[in-house]
Design a protein around this ligand. Structure first.
Ligand code: ADP
Length: 445
């Protein structure tokens, strides 16, 4: 009975949540990006390689044939529509498939082909004549584990003898069972239970250990500890692979702690820039005046599509209600939506069913909507100390080379503090943010 009240947050707490900045949850963001992605993220930048042992040879391949995969696996790769390895795969795959096996730490932004690379390596290493687990893959959440499993199932379409099992919540195996599947993909807690606590498979026979989405994983201390406990039970001959979308000290410390003698490969991300963006600010006295500014901007320019950023869910909800009442068709994307609901909102917006998307920071990075020409900061991006958050500003407004089209950014300024933030952003990027008189909005182009 004590547990029953758990889900009912007291009202004051709910309001608190509402007023606090709506930040992105890394696991949700990662999942969303995987699901809505429409193909490979290409990069013109070069791979950076570091290795401790300069004598170990490094190869790179331009074709999947050059990897000498099992014919049925190659067939699976082509059936997925992959013609040639992606940039990160060119370098990662020969190392991941090498004999003797080599350990790898690979970092590149989401969408560059990491999952496909390690799934291919996992499948290649399986000896399906032996009925016990040989490959473990750790993901931070249930949903991310399922995504990876689905890629593996697709790629192994022509290898029906390879068996895959999920170690995730809801999957129950009776005590005393010996698991016979070749590959286990799951979350750290369940994997620890099955492999270490209940001995449902022999950890000393694991040949390949993959730690995926490591940056999301270390976001929770408990996960990191569980990964380390699993890792301790693996044989020294086990090949270790570590993947991350970001490269900061915490992630790299974790990586170096558990991956001995790795080859480290990184694909830098293309810089976002403000080069083709015209930036303006509008002086307003209140939230209502900000709202009127938006309506005025609407009246004078023919816009492709627009994204409006708010600081909290509450502001986003308030603004969308007002705009809808005034007959504008708007979509809202904020943190309380489930991943499925977010996908639905983004699909409609991409299809042009709504002209305006009102959102909080849940969207500040990674989701390119090409037809967006206008970005409005209803609230200026700021950090916990209410200082300018220049990085978030760049993610909201900036474009990479690929989408290097012209765009317009409008910042709504309603206090001396937000004016300071605007000035700080202006000087940080060294790019002028011009005053815009909205009564005379023809000057925007
Ligand atoms: P990451 O793990 O880095 O986020 P994924 O492996 O999920 O990247 O790949 C991103 C997208 O690109 C997926 O839709 C995937 O099917 C596709 N993809 C991966 N490798 C290739 C390739 N060599 N050729 C074409 N598409 C690819």
């Amino acid at each position: 009975i004590a547990g029953l009240g758990l889900n009912k947050k007291p009202l004051s707490q709910t309001e608190d949540v509402d007023e606090s900045p709506d930040a992105a949850n890394p696991a949700d963001t990662s999942l969303l990006m995987k699901i809505i992605r429409q193909g490979l993220v290409e990069s013109k930048l070069d791979i950076e390689i570091q290795r401790k042992d300069p004598n170990s040879p490094l190869y790179s391949v331009k074709t999947f044939e050059a990897l000498h995969l099992k014919p049925n696996l190659l067939k699976g790769v082509y059936a997925m529509g992959f013609n040639a390895p992606s940039k990160i795969q060119e370098t990662a795959l020969p190392t991941l498939l090498a004999d003797p096996p080599q350990n790898m730490i690979a970092q590149s932004q989401s969408g560059t082909g990491k999952t496909a690379a390690f799934v291919l390596a996992m499948l290649s290493r399986v000896d399906s004549s032996k009925n016990y687990p040989q490959v473990l893959c750790l993901s931070p959440t249930y949903e991310l584990a399922i995504q990876t499993g689905e890629v593996a199932a697709k790629m192994a379409k022509f290898c029906p003898d390879i068996k895959l099992k999920y170690a995730v919540r809801g999957e129950e195996v009776p005590r005393g069972t010996k698991i016979q599947d070749h590959i286990i993909i799951g979350t750290p807690g369940k994997m620890l239970d099955w492999g270490v606590k209940f001995g449902m498979f022999d950890m000393s026979k694991i040949k390949v250990f993959v730690l995926d989405e490591a940056d999301v994983m270390i976001d929770r201390q408990g996960h990191q500890d569980q990964c380390i406990r699993i890792h301790k039970c693996l044989p020294s001959t086990c090949q270790m692979m570590f993947f991350s979308a970001t490269y900061d000290t915490a992630v790299m410390d974790f990586a170096e702690m558990i991956i001995p003698n790795p080859i480290i490969i990184r694909l830098l991300r293309e810089e976002e820039s403000l080069d083709n963006i015209k930036q303006y600010y509008v002086k307003c006295k209140s939230a209502d005046e900000k709202y009127r500014a938006i309506c005025n901007i609407y009246g004078v320019i023919t816009i492709g599509q627009a994204i409006i950023f708010c600081h909290t869910r509450k502001t986003a909800a308030w603004l969308s209600e007002k705009m809808s009442k005034d007959g504008h068709s708007v979509a809202v994307l904020s943190g309380e939506l489930t991943v499925d609901q977010r996908i639905a909102v983004l699909d409609r917006f991409r299809a042009g069913l709504e002209k305006v998307l009102i959102t909080t920071n849940v969207l500040s990075r990674g989701i390119d909507v090409e037809q967006v020409t206008l970005v409005v900061n209803f609230d200026m991006p700021m950090d916990m100390e209410k200082k300018a958050d220049c990085e978030t500003y760049l993610h909201r407004i900036g474009r990479t080379g690929r989408f290097g089209k012209a765009g317009i950014a409008i910042n709504l300024i309603d206090s001396p503090q937000t004016m300071d933030i605007c000035k700080e952003i202006e000087s940080h990027f060294g790019k002028k943010i011009q005053l815009l008189d909205i009564e005379d909005a023809e000057e925007i182009e």
